[in-house]
Ligand binder design. Sequence first.
Ligand SMILES: [Zn+2]
Length: 219
Amino acid sequence: MEFKLLDLLFQPDNICLCCKQEETRDYICKSCAETLETIEDFKVIGDSTCYSPYLYSGHIKRMISEFKFREKRYYGKVFAKLLEDFYRKNGLDYDLLVPIPLHRKKLLKRGYNQCDILCDFLGERLNIPVNKEILIKIKETKDQHLLSSSKRRTNVNYAFKAIGKKGLLNKRILLVDDLITFGYTLEEGVRALKDVGYREIDCLVIGKARPESPLKKGR
Ligand SMILES: [Zn+2]
């Protein structure tokens, strides 16, 4: 029998969220942290850099998927810790965190937006405000990972609407998502924000997925 509800409610903060054995105060123990594959070639979208510290593989892949689809909201804590370390190590400096929003119907269905949770934990750690109002998802899109690469771009075309708030237009914005593959979703988010006058926008995600190449199938 699965104690799913218990698992949700009770997750000790001092046990590694990866191996669920080692004690740690950082949500992830040293030996598990060492297995995470880091990357340094960040995608550039127009004049926005998309920081993606980890390869979407191993523990990162499993945890992102459970964070999104299996209600493991507390994984937001380990991701926030990893992203805080990355942010500080690289001397990043932003005024505002903006999560990639879900369409309201999707939000009702899933019950939560994992990017909201991630931003809440990260904003708290970095002492940066989170704004969930200036970017809105207005188009119901299909899950990008279910689509071929050619259909992914049109799927998210004009999916977002932004609201230009006078006092915020000159803020340095960090647009936060869980994952990047081709970058179409973030590209659309950046475009919507720029269209209404925001000037400085970069992106931060947890993991970068290697686009699947048909040539590599079967390997
Ligand atoms: Zn561990």
